[in-house]
Design a protein around this ligand. Sequence first.
Ligand code: ATP
Length: 247
Amino acid sequence: MVGLPLSAGKFAVAEVMSCDWCDWSDAPEDAPPCYLSVTFEPSGRYSAHMVRIGLTGGIGSGKSTVAGLLAARGAVVIDADRIAREVVEPGTPGLAAVIEAFGDGVLAADGALDRPALAGIVFADPEARARLDGIVHPLVRERAVELAAAAAADAVLVNDVPLLVETGQAGSYDLVLVVEADLDVRLARLVERGMTEDDARARIAAQATDEQRRAVADVVLDNSGTLERLEEQVDRFWTERVEPARS
Ligand code: ATP
């Protein structure tokens, strides 16, 4: 848990949750899927006008797409998986620390992190995994809190939390926004993105069900259709739920 002061004496606290088999290190097909996520304390220490949205949905449902649409409307998006990749980009202290811990063998020819090579080490060795987590997680927490602290007092803060339901974080947000899409649509989109259908099915089966997500949702978006259809729903969500919550 780390914290940073916000303006006017307010304070943000972030905690990284559920980090076994993090998605960012490219879990092999037989590994259970899991994701980094950062949760913010529902303490009321934020301005009454800041709206904290927990965005979730099953793998391939369209969370990143919705996050992008919300960002286009001015939301500040905190995506822990993305941050976890950023903190080990070439030239970062994070990558230097990973090389110091695991050697040059985890570097690709272009100087970037060789994720499959690193995954090969950490998935076979829990101690190595813990060492890697010990490097990456504090950097992710620090960056996530920095982003939240830099947001305006009336910002719309969107946390992309794939395992929000599985990790019991629904209470951490003012609004829980769930993205859904039909199973066959999700499978097709994941296969299109390069995943095997078997892997996609296994990951979907290991996650919460649509019913479990709906049970904690304030709003459910249906992303089985076109992007235009999704955008209309995001517009409506913004107008009917986000704007009123800010005023
Ligand atoms: P993950 O759980 O893997 O992070 P996600 O829930 O963030 O996935 P996206 O990455 O937003 O899902 O979407 C999955 C794929 O489907 C992407 O390639 C995206 O471009 C595509 N996609 C999302 N929504 C639509 C849509 N309405 N029409 C067509 N393609 C879509």
